[in-house]
Unconditional design. Structure first.
Lengths: 147, 662
């Protein structure tokens, strides 16, 4: 092989890789990236049945119900709308009523959001960035809650 | 002492400026005296930074709450070890650790660089000085750890309880030694571009530094993964969290660099590519620092958010990445291309390795930055998590792992793929056997799981085959073989160990993901639960008191086959009153290479407790494999041919390393 052929074959292989990777990346971003919504945003969102999303807001006071076993139900609110969420598992240590939370999962056929993960920031001034920004945008942010 | 530390830091900044300007000017004008300024400046800069760091650590150890950073991140009741490790458990302190390690590497070049061409050493130290100067300025202007409070508070606000763990003593220093270690490769590359000259001896110089950095980064990532695994109580070892990705990208690029540097050293091919990779690897380290330290991401690592810091680091990022790439564009064409090789050859295999690794790095980069870009452009908030990476990173990694055993067996220039396939027959048979045994004898094994186990065995046996073939197994008498085995270059052992470690990690990941089981249930005291053949009895919750926390300890008895107690596992809910935080301490019992992992949830109104229980087969191999990879890197570093200081030993005793302009 001459130097030129060698270089061309390396470049061709490189482009091939890049092509495969780009294809995979675009496919995966289309399929697997999950969008973040606040409860009031859901009315205008067009969700496929079973589509994974992240739902964020405040845990509404007085809605946390611990049923039998390890399933917990609570409402997530942005002070405009609220959504009922169920989750089976151990809630993060900083899960509290009135505090910000991000849940990830999808809506069941009964309109209840089934979360498979509940996220918490490891800090006492707990407010996920997405939730804080969302609340600010909705004008219901209280400065005292911020850090 | 605190003011001494502050003053030392300012001095170190000034010295870094001198180190940046004087040697590079000397190298341009051929002034040896000016070039020789670099080494003592680097050594003194390291000493000053160390003094500054010790001053801060002393303030932390002595709970001097008149220092704002100590007040915010420490408490007088904390155990001493956490008082000390708390020094870098916050933004300011961790940046100080960052520059401490940066100047440490600069000092190493100054000490061991005696046999470098004088101009190259001057330029390397100058680039190193420039990186140092910008970060000193960053610390002094936006993140000063020495700011005093007046009046001084009586008590501190405590270190984040998540960080009150031995992991904090090990993970950040190791990770930074890796991250920042790549700065040397970067400085060497920029220096080579400034000089417009690069040769095989350059690669011989860069390779050990890459190995050192890669070894520490491997350890740092493995340690961070294990820490997250046991501390967060989620039972996961990798979350594809942006901050994890930030450390993983330099690792992937660094692994590529490690391999391309071999080609450059042995065959003087791939010069320009190696240079570019060295620049990219450190650029990814800088990007990681930006992502973690700027507060653009919400994560455990984002200690505090301050927009001025983000902008400052972004400027540093642009300056160094943009600057070095521009220099590359201008100068790379001056560098001559290297030797020819056939596609089926060791060089070809290493090029393939580089293609896989850099493409994989690119997908991780896209997945990490995409949410930030989308948010900036459209205000849509999205998250890219494990499903994305499984779909993009996975398909790129599997073929790479399949071809790994071929690489070290191929000859340079032109290899014989059929002869090598024959030599790998035994490894292939072992892998096939592993697939069959898994598929037939393990309940619930999917085809993927069986193939995964086979892949891991393929890697492990492939690494052993490499050693066997090179010591002449089956072709010479056993005694000769043993002698040859003992006489193999250490770098051959290094390669085999690193690839073996990769196989072990793969086995651990496959075992945990495909054969792991979990249960979530609520338990009353006295109840028993069984998971994958392990029986546990919940004994109840017992309150206990720690130095700066109180906890409810859930005690579980591990029952043997006959119902007798074979051991105990405890998991606790700790509450730290100062920060009003609760943490979960997971309970782990290691059985062979596998672990039984349990984590305590909330207490119900009827006195029952939610318990989440995992059986994680072979999980310890994930990190054990990392340790074996580190051992491989260490072994390679011991190789006589690579030892950097080796030629220097012939110099007359008493010769100063800095006084040898060639």
């Amino acid at each position: 092989m001459t130097r030129k052929q060698k270089r061309l074959s390396v470049i061709a292989a490189g482009l091939g890789f890049l092509g495969v990777a780009t294809g995979l990346t675009f496919y995966a971003l289309g399929q697997k990236a999950s969008y973040f919504y606040m409860p009031a945003d859901l009315a205008t969102a067009s969700l496929q049945p079973g589509q994974r999303i992240r739902l964020g807001g405040l845990v509404e006071k007085g809605t946390v119900e611990r049923g039998h076993g390890a399933t917990v139900a609570f409402s997530v609110t942005d002070n405009q709308k609220d959504v009922k969420v169920t989750y089976t598992g151990i809630l993060p240590d900083l899960f509290r009523e009135g505090q910000g939370v991000i849940t990830e999962g999808s809506f069941g056929p009964d309109g209840i959001f089934v979360a498979d993960s509940v996220l918490a920031k490891h800090d006492e001034t707990y407010m996920p960035k997405e939730v804080a920004d969302g609340l600010k945008a909705k004008g219901v942010w209280q400065e005292s809650k911020s850090d | 002492m605190v003011e001494t530390g502050h003053f030392a830091l300012v001095l170190a900044f000034a010295l870094a400026l001198v180190q940046t300007v004087v040697p590079v000017f000397g190298a341009r004008t051929g002034n040896h005296k000016m070039m020789a300024v670099g080494a003592p400046a680097a050594l003194t800069g390291f000493a000053l930074t160390a003094l500054s760091f010790v001053a801060l650590a002393t303030a932390y150890a002595g709970s001097d709450f008149s220092v704002e950073s100590v007040w915010e991140n420490s408490h007088s009741l904390q155990p001493l070890i956490y008082k000390i490790t708390g020094t870098w458990g916050n933004h300011e302190g961790s940046m100080l650790l960052w520059v401490l390690i940066l100047t440490f590497f600069g000092a190493l070049v100054a000490v061991f660089g005696g046999n470098l061409p004088a101009t190259l050493r001057a330029n390397v130290l100058a680039v190193q000085g420039a990186i140092g100067a910008t970060f000193f300025l960053f610390i002094l202007t936006t993140s000063n750890p020495f700011v005093r409070l007046n009046p001084a508070p009586i008590e501190g606000r405590d270190l984040n309880p998540i960080l009150q763990d031995l992991g904090l003593a090990i993970h950040p220093p190791l990770l930074y030694l890796g991250y920042v270690g790549f700065s040397i490769c970067f400085s060497f590359s920029v220096a080579a571009l400034i000089e417009g000259r690069i040769d095989a001896s350059w690669a011989r110089w860069v390779r050990p530094w890459t190995l050192v950095a890669w070894m520490f980064l491997t350890g740092g990532i493995a340690m961070g993964s294990y820490w997250a695994y046991y501390e967060l109580g989620w039972g996961g070892f990798w979350f594809w969290d942006p901050v994890e990705n930030a450390s993983f990208m330099p690792w992937l690029a660094g692994t590529a660099l490690l391999h391309s540097a071999i080609v450059m050293e042995k065959r003087s091919a791939l010069k320009i590519w190696t240079l570019l990779l060295a620049i990219l690897t450190f650029s990814l380290s800088l990007l990681g620092t930006f992502l973690v330290r700027s507060g653009v991401l919400t994560s455990v690592h984002a200690f505090a958010t301050d927009p001025t810091r983000g902008v400052f680091i972004l400027c540093i990022l642009t300056l160094f990445i943009g600057g070095s790439l521009a220099l590359f564009a201008l100068r790379a064409s001056r560098l001559t291309a290297g030797g020819l090789f056939h596609p089926i050859s060791r060089e070809g295999a290493l090029v393939l390795n580089n293609l896989f690794l850099t493409t994989a790095t690119a997908t991780v980069l896209v997945g990490t930055l995409y949410p930030l870009v989308v948010e900036a452009l459209s205000a849509d908030k999205i998250s890219v998590g494990a499903p994305f990476f499984n779909l993009t990173f996975g398909p790129l990694m599997v073929p790479l792992l399949v071809v790994v055993p071929f690489g070290p067996l191929l000859a340079w220039k032109r290899g014989d793929i059929f002869a090598i396939a024959q030599r790998l027959m035994a490894a292939f048979a072992a892998a096939l056997l592993a697939v069959l045994v898994t598929a037939l004898f393990i309940d619930g094994a999917s085809v993927f799981a069986a193939l995964g186990v086979g892949l891991a065995f393929w890697l492990i046996c492939g690494a052993l085959t490499d050693l066997a073939v090179k010591s002449g197994f089956g072709t010479v008498a056993p005694a000769t073989m043993l002698r040859r085995f003992a006489g193999l270059p250490r770098s051959v052992f290094g390669t085999a160990l690193a690839h073996l470690g990769l196989g072990l990690t793969t086995l651990g990941i496959v075992g945990t993901l495909c054969f792991g089981t979990e249960k979530i249930l609520s338990m009353h005291a006295g109840e028993t639960v069984e998971l994958s053949g392990h029986k546990l009895r919940f004994e109840g919750l017992y309150p206990a008191q720690g130095p700066n926390y109180s906890e409810d300890r859930g005690r579980f008895a591990l029952l043997g086959a006959d119902g007798s107690v074979a051991g105990e596992i405890t998991s606790a809910k700790r509450s730290y009153p100062v920060r009003q935080m609760t943490t979960t301490e997971s309970g782990i019992r290691t059985i062979g290479f596998s672990q039984l992992y349990l984590s305590l949830g909330d207490e119900g109104s009827d006195g029952s407790v939610v318990v989440r229980l995992w059986w994680k087969p072979l999980v310890t191999l994930i990190w054990g494999g990392g340790l074996v990879m580190m051992a491989g890197a260490a072994m390679s570093l011991l190789d006589r041919r690579l030892r950097v200081g080796a030629p220097a030993r012939r110099k007359p005793a008493g010769a100063l390393p800095s006084a040898s302009p060639q």
